[in-house]
Design a binder for this molecule. Structure first.
Ligand code: MCN
Ligand code: CUM
Length: 778
């Protein structure tokens, strides 16, 4: 393959043979193992910790508590959202599963065994579990560690024009309103999180192998947290078995492993188990939303008003790179030409695990997109208009791009009506509606749900985005070695997205060489240029662009070297893939391989060309890219059991130019499965004491192959006008766009039974209760 198109993933050669190297495969001489003692309570004061017995265990090499870390100034660490998080609890525990002590031992079993020897006295406190009560006057203050803090309030944030919105609501013929919960879910990557920390007391060098989506960001943050100089820290993110946002943050045990290595003088491995991953690492969503949509009687949507209560758990450590506490939630106007919009989000602390984004979220666009798509369906029901027809009346048209939405974001490109029409044609909408009509007569409940979403990915312009003040530009460095083989070094880190393939394809496309001749190096801060990593589907929009520009620079440098080699003016040279040749004399020319050789040879290089064939770029994205899609889900609901069967799912996506259509489709398949999971089964639940009820895959259900239909995909290609390849991101599109299609389908099926709305997940119990008109949890 010498460019864009379908090709098998290069990395799969090792994965299908079981030859990947994940953090848990890292084994260093003398390496120790560790385990974390976690709080059994959601909220409790720690009155004493006795580690004597654990320290006496013959295989234990160190036991760390909050007090030990306090001596090093490391009991607390700063979060990415201007808060601080306990590394090991000193005063109180604030969620079930919070880190209380850290044991380093000669093997993993001994480390675990020793946890049982640590004696902690807790004085239980009332927990705050329901975010809707978090701001009540009489509830306990969770964050009394913050000076002067007397409530559980984190932030108030708003966007849009409140008075213009109110005016439109006053003059509107129709208003629909709905409270809806986007429940707490978890990204649940196949590989849990972990590190191996190796501090060399002689050189002062700290090497950390980590399950990291953002090795450079982690190095900078580790430097800021630990005080170790940044150039003495090397973060290596080897193969990563899925991230989905879960591997963006730095978790307390990473810091403990570093300290453990300093204390013992040996490398320390920490790898969490499944329950630890589910109960304590970055969750997603947990947005209590109220949306109102105003419209004329003929279905022209006018304005949107949104109020959100955001449950951020015990510490505000939402890992998201925007300057806004609610991420990109203001893209809540979705794909429609609204005259005004206003949204207000209030964040609160609760006694639950911290986090807040993650799970292919695009930083709250998942919540925003779900809200508007549910409201559009509710409006269609209110007006008695077909939901597809209502969308056609309000979708942006291709002439409107670039389009500035009511909250100020500039959408780059698209052809929305065409995408919706393609989805309707693919699914056979008219026939399906006729079938639905027929089957309703027989008391059979077929539902057809539409979702049209606009995504905003590729963080991002510095004006709006940074991580603790560091702008979001990423570097790419490309070098053609003397024999013409290429090595590309990038800052982003694949967790399964296939960068080793698609980034080789970008180089191959720009240079006309074979993908086999391009090696992609990533995931090692000592060997790659700085950049902020993979999340927000930013790798293609940002690092893909950097790679493209770096390759173009190599091509231009090759032209100058070829001009010396061929003794012609550079302007007389003409590019055909892989070769510069003399205009009008195509036989006279030089291949890139010959040029690479010459760059290392004795040719007299032109002034300003310093030899070697290389090029680099630091790409500062001018804007986000705005992929979008039209999804249609067809379900059958059994009203007797509440069981939902997803019969069909049609997805039309437009992510601009596709580098590797197979990989793009794989990303969409995964995201659609996520959407079915969140819509129908995934829920991180808590009881009234704050006990986490989702701590295993027995309780936290994720979809498997039997829960999903064969996907039916179709595509449009509207290039991004500001991306050098015309590509937009795709990694989170389907996760963001699909839940609303599933929920809309179930509600559509149940409309004859008078059901208007039910919150996710639409488990059989939830659906049955909705049909009976009963609350789910009486
Ligand atoms: N691609 C392409 N053409 C395009 C756009 C993308 O060929 N027009 C390719 C890319 O080159 C890349 C893949 O599709 O190989 C995804 O690209 P992109 O949209 O740039 O997203 P990222 O690579 O930045 O991946 C991040 C995104 C996020 S934020 C989450 S969350 C998520 C997702 O990817 N996590 C994943 N998909 C995942 N897929 C797997 N297997 N594992 C995860 O953890
Ligand atoms: Cu929001 S999950 Mo992804 O951005 O790593």
């Amino acid at each position: 393959m010498t460019g864009f198109g379908r090709m098998p993933r290069k990395e799969d050669a090792r994965f299908v043979r079981g030859r990947g190297t994940f953090v848990d495969d890292v084994r260093l001489p003398g390496m120790l193992h560790s385990a974390v003692l976690r709080s059994p309570y959601a909220h409790a004061r720690i009155t004493s910790i006795d580690t004597t017995a654990a320290e006496a265990h013959p295989k234990v090499r160190a036991v760390l508590t909050g007090a030990d870390l306090e001596e090093r100034g490391l009991a607390w660490m700063p979060t990415l959202s201007h808060d601080r998080q306990a590394v090991l609890a000193t005063d109180k525990v604030r969620y079930q599963g919070q880190e209380v002590a850290f044991v380093v031992a000669e093997d993993r079993y001994s480390a675990r065994d020793a946890l049982a020897l640590i004696d902690v006295d807790y004085e239980p406190l009332d927990p705050v579990v329901d975010a809707r009560t978090a701001l009540d006057a009489d509830v306990p203050v969770i964050r009394d560690d913050l000076e002067g803090k007397r409530d559980n309030h984190i932030f108030d944030w708003e966007a849009g024009d409140a008075s213009a919105t109110d005016l439109l609501f006053e003059s509107a013929d129709v208003v629909v309103a709905q409270d809806m919960l986007y429940p707490r879910v978890h990204p649940a990557p196949l590989e849990t999180c972990g590190v191996v920390a190796d501090h060399d007391a002689v050189t002062g060098k700290l090497t950390v192998w980590a399950t990291s989506q953002a090795p450079h960001a982690h190095r900078t943050l580790l430097a800021l947290v630990t005080g170790i100089a940044e150039h003495r820290i090397r973060v290596i993110s080897p193969d990563v078995g899925g991230g989905f946002g879960n591997k963006v943050p730095i978790y307390p045990a990473y810091v403990c492993a570093v300290v453990g290595s300093m204390v013992t003088g040996a490398p320390v491995k920490w790898v969490e188990d499944r329950s630890e991953n589910l109960m304590t690492t970055a969750f997603a969503r947990d947005y209590h939303m109220r949306g109102e949509l105003a419209s004329t009687s003929d279905g022209t949507m006018l304005a949107l008003r949104v109020r959100v209560l955001a449950d951020h758990g015990a510490f505000n450590c939402t890992a998201q790179p925007s300057k806004y506490p609610a991420g990109f939630f203001h893209v809540v106007t979705g794909s429609y030409d609204l005259r005004a919009a206003y949204c207000a989000v209030t964040g609160v602390f609760t006694n639950k695990a911290p986090g807040g984004v993650a799970y292919a979220c695009s930083f709250r666009i998942a919540e925003a997109s779900f809200l508007i798509e549910r409201l559009v369906d509710l409006l269609a029901g209110e007006l008695g208009v077909d939901p597809a027809e209502l969308r056609f009346r309000n979708l942006l048209t291709s002439e409107q791009f670039p389009y500035v939405c009511a909250t100020g974001w500039e959408y780059d490109s698209g052809d929305y009506p065409k995408a919706l029409q393609l989805a309707l044609d693919t699914v056979g909408y008219t026939e399906l509606r006729a079938e639905q009509e027929r089957r309703r007569a027989d008391d059979e409940y077929l539902g057809i749900g539409i979702s049209f979403f606009t995504e905003a990915v590729g963080a991002g312009p510095r004006k709006h985005m940074d991580i603790v003040g560091f702008g979001m530009a990423d570097g790419a460095e490309l070098r053609l070695h003397p024999t013409g083989k290429a090595v590309l070094r990038i800052s982003v880190q694949t967790q399964g997205q296939g960068h080793e393939t698609t980034f080789a394809q970008i180089v191959a496309h720009e240079l006309g060489i074979h993908t086999d001749d391009v090696e992609v190096v990533h995931g090692d801060t000592d060997n790659t240029p700085f950049g902020l990593g993979t999340y927000g589907s930013r790798s293609t929009p940002v690092s893909g662009a950097a790679t493209s520009v770096a390759a173009q620079r190599v091509r231009e440098k090759a032209r100058l070297i070829a001009s010396a080699l061929l003794e012609v003016d550079p302007d007389d040279l003409e590019w055909t893939p892989g070769r510069w040749s003399v205009r009008g004399a195509p036989d006279s020319g030089a291949s890139l391989k010959e040029i690479a050789r010459a760059a290392h040879g004795d040719v007299d290089l032109p002034d300003g060309v310093d030899g070697h064939l290389d090029g680099s770029c630091v790409y500062n994205p001018p804007n986000l890219t705005f992929p979008y899609g039209a999804y249609i889900c067809v379900v059958e609901v059994d009203p007797g059991t509440g069981q939902v069967k997803v019969r069909r799912f049609v997805a039309v996506d437009d992510c601009g130019v596709r580098i590797n259509p197979s990989i793009v489709e794989g990303q969409i398949h995964g995201g659609l499965a996520d959407g079915i999971g969140m819509a129908l089964m995934e829920l991180m639940a808590f009881d009234t004491d704050g006990n986490c009820l989702g701590g295993s895959f027995m309780d936290y259900l994720v979809p498997t192959a039997v829960d999903v239909p064969p996907w039916e995909l179709a595509e449009l290609v509207t290039p991004s006008p500001h991306h050098p390849l015309g590509a937009k991101g795709i990694g989170e599109c389907a996760t963001v766009g699909s839940p609303a299609a599933v929920v809309n389908a179930v509600m559509d099926a149940l409309a004859p039974l008078g059901v208007r709305h039910a919150d996710m997940p639409l488990t059989p119990a939830a659906v049955w209760c909705a049909i009976q008109g009963r609350p789910l949890r009486a």
